[in-house]
Design a protein around this ligand. Structure first.
Ligand code: NOJ
Length: 750
């Protein structure tokens, strides 16, 4: 039956093999791929490597072109992005079925944190440290996306970044390689579910390969210059994890890496990804990045760019039009090997076969399924759960006169003044890289609505106070009066939704506009202040923080933002988020990250010292360290024990610690394990995350948390890029964040 359909649509004659096992199936697909390839002209092959944006929306610089449909009919297009919905995908697929070989189109889309249901920003989700929840978020995105005719998401972004000036930190999992690798795998598994071929999955795309997150100065698209050791140890592992989890595709990146644009980088794409890692999916360029090699000063013209891009292993050309224009001729002239063109086409066709598009090109364009997934209450509920888990409590001082009780959670009988530009903001809650739908305003839950859903409206007051980013202070007086009538003031501040994201680098991470002044003016009323900070990156908010009794970092939380924040404000959910990225005190500390080297002159304390590695005007420590996040309850760590302090060879070390909930409410702690290699052939970071466990405890309850450590956890890349461990002394650290840890020393010999 399968095959009848295939013949019907593709009109090709292929030998049919059995489907006894997966290798037989793979062989069958490879045979089918070859049978299609054998029929293709050079132009049709170049066509499969060509991807255009649809005209409904754009996510990059637009090239005007009203011949797109004609090109689809002529088989000059293998894929489209920015085309969503059953109707549109069906229509375009019908055009593709008019081409000579009837090869189906692939539809790709940036589904970064949700499709119909918007989940928190990826960076916010990373703050949950909850891999299952993150996987579920990707799963739901895939279910909704695939029901709308789309086969492929350009996610997850797995770029490590230590620079919050870079607007795209919002899109990744933060600064840590270990956490980032686990999240990369979770997201790939979520998107790809039970595997390509099922109608509720989309192909994942690990991006941006590679090192894009290390752009100089945090300026988007900028160059990257880094040692091979840093590349292998810090920036590549999340990509490897994504590949191991089965990511069907990779996207390369805009930056040059040590002088070679990633798009034209053979070492990255052919030697590492397709060679050493044996990746059998395909690589798509980033938007126009093949043509942009001209501006880089790496290619002379578009023909040269096409030659360099394909030779380096970029299989699909997103929007630069260089491949379709030049590849046939380049092959004829012998400038591009036909084997490489064929290899790229094969990789793309293979995915089309695996998705089942040759069986039925309209398989994903099913109106009924689209309807079914359009307003799925379970997805909304999952988005609320994820949003709650993403919120990070940064401060919770007691109210004046109270001891041991934080300002938060609020109680139902308090009169609460909600002030700030985001209280009633609707679409901002979606953050950057979100899909937008006509009925969004009714679906998204702003803070105001979330509060109304939770408490007696008679206890809620509102004043906007100011806008996000202008100098208008005319709303201050009303805000001050409103604050005066309340028991506690909740102020929403932050950066606008579109101030982080692609091409959204900021040189200043301060609160824009007059938000600081508004907070100072409200603080003068003497009312306790709770800050809710909305942003796609770590901001610098020391002035605002000094006026606040409590601070929740609320990022952009998606469709259910208001409900989730209200849940946390009133203690229906006890905050459990932990920062996945270091928050600097000032921009001058950037790049700042917890797993730095020691230097030969480490600063011993927070105060300036002569002739040590320090600033004369600032402590070295950040505003909030990696892994930091409070709870409404308190936890105490006792009884840190190691199974041995002297280990040999392949022995296993067990580290355990007792965690006790010493507070008054149930809460979740993320217990973090760090290791330091004290002396190495190359210098080693002062600590590296090597494990974590999330534990939920009732008041008074204790639990022993155990980590198992092997020599695998001690491995690193040396100066010859050999990945191994060295005998010697190590520090084993366990604690509640990267700063507050208990330490024990061990010796591990060969
Ligand atoms: C450019 C971005 O860098 C990339 O992440 C995205 O997938 C493409 N545009 C397509 O929108």
């Amino acid at each position: 039956m399968r095959y009848v359909q295939y013949c019907k649509y593709a009109g090709l004659i292929v030998v049919l093999f059995g489907f006894q096992n997966s290798s037989a199936q793979k062989k069958t697909i490879d045979q089918k791929v070859d049978s299609v390839l054998n029929l293709m002209t050079l132009e049709e092959k170049a066509g499969q490597l060509n991807q255009y944006s649809g005209d409904w929306s754009f996510t990059g610089p637009v090239t005007k072109d009203n011949t797109k449909i004609q090109q689809v009919k002529e088989g000059k297009l293998g894929s489209m992005l920015n085309v969503v919905g059953v109707e549109k995908t069906r229509l375009l697929q019908q055009y593709a079925m008019q081409s000579r070989l009837k090869i189906p189109l692939l539809f790709g889309q940036d589904v970064i944190h949700g499709f119909r249901t918007t989940f928190p920003l990826p960076l916010a989700e990373a703050a949950s440290w909850d891999l299952e929840a993150i996987q579920l978020s990707a799963r739901i995105s895939a279910i909704e996306t695939s029901a709308a005719g789309v086969h492929w998401t350009f996610a997850p972004m797995v770029d490590i970044s230590r620079d919050p000036r870079w607007g795209r930190v919002m899109e990744g999992a933060g600064e840590d390689t270990y956490l980032g690798s686990l999240i990369a795998a979770a997201r790939v598994k979520g998107f790809q579910g039970k595997g390509l071929g099922n109608t509720d999955v989309v192909m994942a795309c690990a991006k941006h390969f590679a090192a894009y997150g290390a752009a100089v100065g945090g300026r988007d698209y900028n160059s990257v210059d880094m040692s091979p050791r840093m590349l292998w140890e810090t920036y590549l592992p999340p990509f490897f994890a994504a590949k191991e989890a089965g990511a069907a595709t990779f996207m390369n990146s805009f930056n040059d890496l040590n002088g070679i644009p990633a798009t034209g980088n053979r070492y990255l794409q052919r030697d590492i990804l397709k060679g050493k890692w044996n990746f059998n999916g395909f690589v798509v360029s980033d938007w126009a990045s093949i043509g942009e090699m001209i501006a880089h000063g790496f290619a002379k013209d578009t023909s040269h760019a096409a030659q360099l891009g394909l030779s380096a292993g970029s299989d699909m050309d997103m929007e630069s039009r260089s491949y379709i224009k030049h590849l046939p001729q380049l092959v004829r002239e012998g400038k591009v090997k036909i084997e490489w063109l064929d290899d790229a086409v094969r990789r793309i066709l293979r995915k089309k076969f695996e998705l089942g598009l040759f069986d039925d090109p309209f398989k994903f364009s099913n109106e009924h399924r689209q309807q079914q997934q359009w307003n799925n209450p379970q997805h909304i509920a999952a988005a609320r759960e994820m949003a709650k888990k993403s919120i990070v409590l940064l401060k919770n001082h007691p109210l004046p006169g109270e001891v041991g009780v934080g300002t938060l959670p609020l109680t139902n009988n308090q009169k609460v003044a909600l002030i700030g530009p985001f209280v009633k903001a609707v679409k901002d809650n979606l953050g950057f890289w979100s899909m937008e739908w006509e009925d969004d305003s009714a679906r998204i839950v702003p803070l105001w609505k979330g509060m109304l859903n939770k408490v007696d409206p008679a206890n809620l007051l509102y004043a906007k106070g100011c806008n996000i980013n202008d100098a208008d202070t005319s709303g201050f007086a009303e805000a001050i009066e409103t604050a005066k009538q309340s028991d506690v003031v909740v102020i929403t501040i932050g950066e606008a939704r579109d101030m982080s994201g692609e091409a959204k680098s900021r040189s200043s991470l301060q609160l824009p506009g007059v938000q600081n002044q508004l907070i100072a003016a409200i603080a003068a009323t003497g009312k306790p202040i709770v800050l809710l900070i909305h942003a796609g990156r770590p901001l610098i908010f020391d002035k605002a923080a000094s006026h606040a009794s409590a601070i929740l970092y609320t990022w952009w939380l998606g469709t259910e933002a208001g409900n989730a924040i209200a849940d946390v404000l009133y203690g229906d959910y006890n905050p459990s988020g932990k920062l996945p990225i270091t928050f600097p005190r000032t921009e001058g500390q950037i790049p700042i990250y917890y797993n730095h080297y020691s230097t030969g002159r480490p600063a011993e304390d927070e105060f300036q010292n002569n002739y040590v590695s320090a600033y004369i005007d600032l402590p070295n420590s950040p505003a909030y360290p990696f892994g930091y996040g409070l709870s409404y309850t308190s936890f105490v760590f006792t009884d840190f024990k190691l199974s041995s302090t002297s280990l040999k060879g392949n022995q296993t070390l067990t580290a355990s610690i007792t965690l006790t909930n010493t507070g008054r409410v149930k809460g979740k702690e993320t217990v973090q394990l760090y290791i330091r290699d004290l002396v190495g052939k190359v210098v080693r970071p002062v600590k590296e995350l090597k494990g974590f466990k999330q534990v939920e405890l009732n008041p008074g309850e204790s639990k022993v948390i155990t980590f198992t450590i092997t020599t695998n956890d001690l491995r690193f890349y040396d100066d010859q890029l050999i990945y191994n461990w060295e005998p010697g002394e190590f520090e084993i650290m366990i604690g509640s964040n990267s700063k507050e840890v208990q330490v024990k020393k061990i010796n591990w010999s060969r």
